[in-house]
Design a protein around this ligand. Structure first.
Ligand SMILES: [Zn+2]
Length: 1007
C-alpha cells in the first residue's frame, strides 16, 4: 500500500470537521437519517469499511436503510455497492432493478430499446406508489407543459398544471464504458429512494419521479466488465485496453446528440421526451472528486434559452454548497468545460427545453482500490475550486459511489424543493420556443424542393425527425423577402475615395411547391435552429481551448441548401406535416439505357452495390440529351430491368432518366470494388464513424486489423481497394508500423475466453493487441499499391503513407500557430475531371480539425519552405517597382521570370535541380490535387479559424500515383460523426472508380 504517513495527517485534520452546520432555508428538511429509520447494520459496516476516509462520505449515504421486504444490491452483487473487486454486467444490474420492481410498488422498470448488438436498454422509475399509479395522468399534464400550443399558451392554465404535476428527473449512467462506477451507485440509489423513510428522502420520493438508465452504453459495459474480470484472474499482468466500446464508436458515443446515429442516443431521447422529463443528468468519471461541469465556462451555446443558463447556475451552486457543507473535499463547478457544442448526450435536454447536467466524479476504471496521485492542475486551488481534491489519496469505487449518490440525492432534493419554478420554466422554455418567429427569429428554415441532392436532403431531414422536430411541406409555390445584408463599414485608406453605395433593396426568393419548411413556432424549434444555423467562434475569445468542435452547420456539412427565413409570411404558406421522409426517386422517360445525374450523392454507391449484375459506366464529360443536362460522372446503366432499377432508385431517392441511346462521350466502367477495411489495435474511435457510414450505405467490406493485413500474401488477388481510415487523427507513423512494445510486458488478448465472453462482439479479435502492421505488412501494402491497388488514407494514415514512402511527392507539416478546431472550411475543386471529384461543384464545404498541411513537390524529398502564400518583392536598386535593376560595370543580363506556381501545385524543378537528378518526379507520376483549401479570406465557413493562412490554398485531397496504383490522401476528415455527408462521396468516388482514377488526368500522357 506504500508510505502513507501524510495521509494520516490529513485524516486527522479532516475528521475534526464533522458534518454538521448545514445552512438551510426556512422550512427546508435537513439532509439526515431519521433516528427512527432502521438500519441494515451489516451493509452499513461494509460501506464504512470500503470508504477510505470518513470525509469521502456523507450523512446521506454512510448507512443503508433496512427493509424487511425489499432486497439490497447485495443479493445480486454478493457485496455492497462499490465494493472492491465487483463490477456487475448490465444484465445483473437489470436483474436487481427487476427484483426491486417485484418487491415494491415504488419501482417500475421499462425496456427502452436495444443497442446495435441487440442488448437491452432499460429505464427505472422510482417514486411514491401514488405517483407511479397515476403515471399516465401525470404524463398527460406534463405533455401539455411540454407543448404549450395544446393549452394555447395560456399561462393561467400552465400554472394549474404546474401545481398538479410531478416532475421527472432523468439520470443516465455509464455512457463511457471505462467510467465504471455509476451502475452500482444507481442500484443503491434506487433502493434508498424506494425504502428510506427519512423526511429528506421521503420528500424526494413523493415529489419527484426519478428515472434511471443505469447503463447507457450496454455493449461497452459488458466488454469492460469482461476486461476487469480478466484483470482479477491475471492480477500481475497489464490488462488489454478497452478498444471497442459500442459496436462503432468509443468515447464519441457522447458526441452523437446532433447526428443521432447511435441507438443509445435515439433511445435516451425517446425516453426523455416520452416521459416529458425536465432534467437529463449524465454521469461521468474522469475528474476528481466531483465536478458538476454543466455550469462550465464560456462560450455558452448561443441557442439555449437564458432561462436554462440560470437553472445551471442555481442547481450547480446549490449542489456544491450542499456537498461542501458535508465536509466532502473536491466538489466544484465552473471549471474549463465550455458549453458551446450541442453534441453531448446531456444536451438532448438543453435542446429540448429541459435542463442538461453532467457530473464528472472520480473513477478507478474498475473496482480496485488504489492510491491516486493527481496532477497540479487537478489539485490546485482555483477561484471556482476553493476546496480542491488532495494531491494524493487512497481511492475506492465506494468513495466514487458515495460522491455520485450524495450529489444526486442533494440535487433531487433541491429540485423537489423548487419544482414549481423548474416546471414553470419547462413550460416557459417551450412557450418561448414557439414564440421564436416573433421574438428573436428566424421564422423558419426552408429546404428547397429543387435541391439537386434530394437523397442527401432527405437524410438531413430524417435527422431532424429523429430530433422530434416537426417538418412540413409547402403545398404551393411561395415567395419570401430576404433580409438586407448590411454593408461593412469601409476601412479603406483615405486616398481611395469611393462613392457611397445606395442602400441595397430587399431581395426575394421563390420556392416551389414541395419545399420543406421547418417552422420555428414549434416546441423543439431550438434544436432545429441550432443545427441549421452558422457558428462563429472569435479568435479573441477568452476561451482558448475549445472543448470540442466549434461548428456543425448541417446545411454545409451535408451540402444541401438551407435558407434561414426571417420573413414571417412563410408561416402563412399552405403546408402539410411530414411524418416520413421519402426522397423522390424512380425512372422517368423511355429507353433502354438509364442515366442518373451525379450530384455526389452517397446513394449512388449503394446503387452500384445493389445492382450487382448491371453494367454501369461513368461519363467522363458533361453532356446533354434534349433538355436534360448531365454532369461529369453521370451513371449510364444497362443490363437491368426498368422495374428493378425503378424500385432501387425509389428506395434510394435517386432519379433516373431513360435514354433512347447512349451519349457519344468518353466513359469508363464503374465497378464495385472488393474492399479491405483496415483498423489498428491502437484505437478504433475515428474509424468507427467510417464503418457506420459504410454499413448504413450497405457497402460490404472485409474488416481487418493491420496485423491481419500483414499476413495476406497477395493482397491484389483479394482486394481492389484498401481503406485505411484515421486512427486517432494524430497517431505517429511508427506507432502504426510497430504498435505497442512487445519487448516487455505480456500479450494483450482481445478474444473471447471464459473470463471475457462478451469481448469480441461482432468486431475483430487477436491473441495480442500489441503488434502493429510490421515491416512485412508495410512491404505487402507497398506491393499492393505498386501492382495497381488503391490505398485510401486520411489524416494520420495519410501522414503514415507519406512518411513510409507509399506516397511520394507529398510533404506533410503540422501547423505553427493555426487553430482550426472542428470547424467547417471552404475548399475548391482543382481538378474537376478526376473521378474523385465527380458530382461536386467548384466550392466544397468540409470538416477540418487542424490539418495536416500537405504540399506537393516535384522532387522526392523536396519541401515547401513557407506555410501560406509567399510575398514577392524586388530588391533595392535602380529603377521603379516594375522597371528592372542593373549592375554597373558588366554587360546587362536579363533576369529570368521565375515560373509562377500556385501554392497547391508542385513547383517546377529548375534546370539545375533537374540535371542528372533521378529524384525528379516525372509529371505523370506527380500527385494530382483534387481539392485545395480556399484562400485565407474565404476559408472560414463556420466555427473557429485562426491563422488559417498556414493551410490556405494547400491541397485538401490528393491522388498520388504509385507504380500502377494510387494512394489517395485526405487532409480533411471526410467521414465524421454521421454529420459530414457532403464529403462522403470523395471517398465513395475513389472506391467506385478505383481502376480509372487517371481518367481526365491532364499530364497523364506527358510521359
Ligand atoms: Zn466520460
Amino acid at each position: 500500500m506504500g508510505h502513507k504517513s501524510w495521509l494520516g495527517l490529513i485524516l486527522l485534520f479532516f475528521t475534526t470537521l464533522g458534518t454538521s452546520g448545514i445552512a438551510l432555508a426556512d422550512s427546508e428538511t435537513p439532509p439526515a437519517r431519521d433516528p427512527k429509520q432502521p438500519v441494515d447494520e451489516a451493509y452499513t459496516a461494509k460501506i464504512r469499511k470500503y470508504t477510505t476516509a470518513p470525509y469521502f462520505s456523507s450523512p446521506l449515504v454512510d448507512y443503508l436503510p433496512a427493509s424487511k421486504t425489499v432486497p439490497t444490491p447485495e443479493v445480486v452483487l454478493g457485496d455492497v455497492a462499490g465494493a472492491p473487486g465487483i463490477l456487475p454486467y448490465a444484465e445483473d444490474v437489470y436483474k436487481y432493478m427487476r427484483l426491486l420492481e417485484k418487491a415494491t410498488p415504488r419501482v417500475k422498470v421499462v425496456s427502452i430499446g436495444t443497442t446495435e448488438e441487440g442488448r437491452e436498454m432499460i429505464a427505472v422509475a422510482v417514486s411514491s406508489e401514488a405517483n407511479l399509479k397515476n403515471l399516465e395522468q401525470n404524463r398527460q399534464r406534463l405533455a401539455k407543459l411540454a407543448d404549450p400550443r395544446v393549452i394555447h399558451l395560456d399561462d393561467a392554465e400552465a400554472d394549474k398544471l404546474v401545481a398538479e404535476s410531478v416532475p421527472v428527473y432523468y439520470i443516465t449512467g455509464t455512457i463511457h464504458s471505462p467510467e465504471t462506477g455509476a451502475p452500482t451507485a444507481l442500484m443503491e440509489l434506487a433502493y434508498r429512494l424506494a425504502v428510506d423513510e427519512s423526511p429528506y428522502v421521503r420528500e424526494i420520493r413523493d415529489g419527484v419521479i426519478t428515472l434511471i438508465t443505469p447503463v447507457v452504453e450496454v455493449d461497452g459495459r459488458d466488454r469492460m466488465v469482461d476486461l476487469y474480470k480478466w484483470h482479477l484472474v491475471h492480477p500481475k499482468d497489464f490488462y488489454p485496453p478497452l478498444i471497442y466500446w459500442g459496436k462503432y464508436v468509443a468515447h464519441d458515443n457522447n458526441r452523437d446528440a446532433m447526428g443521432m446515429t447511435l441507438k443509445l442516443t435515439q433511445n435516451v431521447l425517446s425516453t426523455y421526451l416520452g416521459w416529458n422529463a425536465q432534467v437529463l443528468h449524465d454521469l461521468h468519471e474522469s475528474v476528481p472528486y466531483l465536478y458538476d461541469n454543466t455550469v462550465g465556462d464560456g462560450p455558452y451555446n448561443a441557442w439555449v434559452d437564458p432561462l436554462l443558463v440560470d437553472e445551471w447556475q442555481m442547481i450547480g451552486a446549490r449542489n456544491v454548497a450542499d456537498m461542501t457543507s458535508f465536509g466532502m473535499p473536491g466538489v466544484f463547478t465552473h471549471g474549463d468545460f465550455d458549453t458551446w457544442s450541442p453534441g453531448y448526450l446531456m444536451f438532448l435536454a438543453a435542446m429540448h427545453n429541459g435542463i442538461s447536467r453532467l457530473y464528472e466524479t472520480f473513477g478507478n476504471a474498475g473496482a480496485d482500490t488504489r492510491e491516486r496521485a493527481l496532477q497540479p492542475d487537478e489539485y490546485s486551488r482555483a477561484w471556482y475550486r476553493p476546496n480542491p481534491p488532495f494531491p494524493k489519496a487512497l481511492w475506492s469505487q465506494r468513495n466514487n459511489n458515495n460522491y455520485e449518490e450524495t450529489g444526486l440525492l442533494t440535487s433531487l432534493h433541491y429540485f423537489n424543493e423548487n419544482k414549481r419554478l423548474f416546471l414553470k420554466n419547462f413550460y416557459l422554455k417551450g412557450k418561448r420556443s414557439i414564440q421564436k418567429p416573433s421574438a428573436e427569429g428566424p421564422a423558419a428554415y426552408v429546404l428547397p424542393a429543387d435541391d439537386p441532392r434530394a437523397s442527401v436532403q432527405a437524410d438531413l431531414l430524417r435527422i431532424l425527425l429523429k430530433q422530434h422536430v416537426e417538418i412540413s411541406r409547402a403545398s404551393s409555390a411561395f415567395q419570401v423577402t430576404l433580409p438586407v445584408k448590411k454593408e461593412k463599414k469601409p476601412g479603406k485608406p483615405a486616398d481611395t475615395e469611393e462613392k457611397p453605395k445606395p442602400a441595397a433593396a430587399p431581395t426575394t426568393r421563390d420556392f416551389s411547391a414541395g419545399s420543406y419548411v421547418i417552422r420555428m413556432d414549434q416546441p423543439y424549434s431550438r434544436v432545429a435552429d441550432a443545427l441549421l444555423d452558422y457558428q462563429y467562434w472569435s479568435p479573441e475569445d477568452p476561451q482558448t481551448t475549445p472543448y470540442d468542435d466549434t461548428a456543425w452547420t448541417f446545411g454545409e456539412l451535408f451540402g444541401v441548401q438551407v435558407v434561414r427565413v426571417t420573413d414571417s409570411k412563410v408561416l402563412t404558406v399552405s403546408m402539410e406535416r411530414v411524418s416520413e421522409l421519402l426522397a423522390f426517386g424512380g425512372v422517368k422517360g423511355d429507353g433502354s439505357i438509364f442515366a442518373i445525374d451525379n450530384h455526389a450523392e452517397p446513394a449512388l454507391a449503394s446503387l452500384r452495390y445493389r445492382l450487382k449484375d448491371a453494367t454501369i459506366d461513368a461519363a467522363e464529360e458533361p453532356f446533354q440529351v434534349g433538355e436534360h443536362k448531365f454532369s461529369r460522372g453521370t451513371f449510364l446503366i444497362r443490363g437491368v430491368s426498368r422495374s428493378e432499377l425503378d424500385a432501387a432508385a425509389k428506395s434510394l431517392g435517386l432519379q433516373a432518366v431513360a435514354l433512347a441511346s447512349a451519349p457519344s462521350i468518353k466513359t469508363h466502367a464503374v465497378r464495385a470494388p472488393r474492399i479491405a477495411y483496415v483498423h489498428t489495435w491502437i484505437s478504433t474511435q475515428s474509424e468507427g464513424w467510417w464503418r457506420l457510414a459504410l454499413d448504413t450505405l450497405q457497402i460490404p467490406y472485409d474488416y481487418m486489423s493491420t496485423q491481419a493485413l500483414a499476413k495476406i500474401p497477395d493482397l491484389n488477388a483479394k482486394y481492389d481497394v484498401i481503406l485505411f481510415p484515421p486512427v486517432t487523427g494524430n497517431a505517429a507513423p511508427n506507432a502504426i508500423v510497430h504498435g505497442t512494445p512487445t519487448s516487455w510486458g505480456n500479450p494483450l488478448p482481445w478474444m473471447n475466453t471464459p473470463e471475457t465472453p462478451n469481448l469480441v462482439g461482432k468486431n475483430d479479435s487477436t491473441p495480442d493487441m500489441r503488434p502493429g502492421l510490421g515491416w512485412d505488412g508495410l512491404a505487402r501494402l507497398q506491393s499492393f499499391v505498386r501492382n495497381g491497388g488503391v490505398l485510401l488514407t486520411a489524416l494520420d494514415t495519410s501522414q503514415f503513407a507519406i512518411a513510409t514512402g507509399l506516397a511520394n511527392g507529398v510533404t506533410s507539416t503540422t501547423s505553427e500557430k493555426m487553430k482550426i478546431v472542428g470547424s467547417i472550411v471552404s475548399t475548391r475543386l482543382v481538378d474537376a475531371a478526376s473521378p474523385i471529384a465527380y458530382g461536386y461543384d467548384e466550392k466544397v464545404s468540409a470538416y477540418c480539425d487542424d490539418g495536416p498541411i500537405f504540399s506537393v513537390t516535384s522532387i522526392i524529398g523536396g519541401r515547401r519552405r513557407h506555410l501560406g502564400p509567399e510575398i514577392k518583392t524586388r530588391p533595392t536598386g535602380r529603377g521603379t517597382k516594375d522597371d528592372p535593376d542593373f549592375v554597373v560595370g558588366r554587360p546587362a543580363s536579363e533576369t529570368p521570370d521565375e515560373p509562377e506556381k500556385e501554392l497547391w501545385e508542385a513547383p517546377q524543378p529548375t534546370d539545375e535541380q533537374s540535371f542528372n537528378n533521378p529524384r525528379v518526379i516525372p509529371p505523370a507520376n506527380r500527385a494530382r490535387v483534387i481539392l485545395r483549401y480556399a484562400d485565407s479570406k474565404d476559408l472560414l465557413i463556420s466555427g473557429l479559424v485562426e491563422n488559417g493562412n498556414e493551410i490556405a490554398q494547400h491541397p485538401a485531397v490528393l491522388d498520388v500515383p504509385s507504380g500502377s496504383g494510387h494512394v489517395v490522401l485526405f487532409s480533411i476528415n471526410p467521414v465524421y460523426r454521421g454529420e459530414t455527408e457532403n464529403t462522403y462521396s470523395l471517398v465513395l468516388n475513389t472506391l467506385l472508380n478505383f481502376d480509372s482514377l487517371n481518367a481526365g488526368r491532364k499530364d497523364a500522357d506527358q510521359k
